[in-house]
Ligand binder design. Structure first.
Ligand code: HEM
Length: 116
C-alpha cells in the first residue's frame, strides 16, 4: 500500500538535507539523487517541498528517467489534495463553453436568415 502524505508534510522537506517533490500527485524523496541527477541538483532544489510536475514535464524527461524516479517514490497525496480532478472540471467547463458558443453562432445565423 502506498503511504498518504499531505502537502503540508512535503513543504517541510525543502532543503538539501531532505528534498521531497510532488510529481503527478505522487511524492518523491530525491535527497539521495541530488548529486546524480543529470539535470543538476539546482533543478531539484528549485522545486523542493513543492509541486514539480510542470517543471518535470517541461524538460521532457525520457522513459528512462520515469523508470528511475519510481525508486524514489515514498507516497501519494491524499485524494482531497490531488490536482487531477480539478483539471477534469476545467476541461468539462471548457467543453460546455464551446457548446454554448457554437449554439449562439447557430442561433445568430438563423436569426440573420429570418431578418434578411
Ligand atoms: C524523481 C525525479 C527526477 C528524476 C528521476 C530525474 C531524472 C533525470 C534524468 C535521468 C535526466 C537525463 C535526461 C533524461 O533521461 O530525460 C534528467 C534531466 C533533466 N532533469 Fe530531471 N529528474 C527528476 C526530476 C526533475 C525535476 C523536478 C526537474 C526540474 C525542476 C528536473 C530537471 C531536469 C533538467 C533541466 C534536465 C536536463 C538536463 C539536460 O538535458 O542537460 N528533473 N532528469
Amino acid at each position: 500500500m502506498t503511504r498518504q502524505i499531505s502537502f503540508d508534510e512535503v513543504k517541510k522537506h525543502n532543503n538539501k538535507d531532505s528534498v521531497w517533490i510532488v510529481i503527478h500527485n505522487d511524492v518523491y524523496d530525491v535527497t539521495s539523487y541530488l548529486e546524480e541527477h543529470p539535470g543538476g541538483e539546482e533543478a531539484l532544489l528549485d522545486v523542493a517541498g513543492k509541486d514539480g510536475t510542470q517543471a518535470f514535464e517541461d524538460v521532457g524527461h525520457s522513459e528512462d528517467a520515469r523508470t528511475v524516479m519510481k525508486k524514489f517514490k515514498i507516497g501519494t497525496l491524499p485524494p482531497s489534495e490531488q490536482s487531477g480532478s480539478s483539471n477534469v472540471t476545467n476541461c468539462s467547463n471548457l467543453k460546455w463553453a464551446i457548446v454554448a458558443l457554437a449554439g449562439a453562432i447557430v442561433v445568430g445565423i438563423v436569426i440573420k436568415k429570418y431578418l434578411s
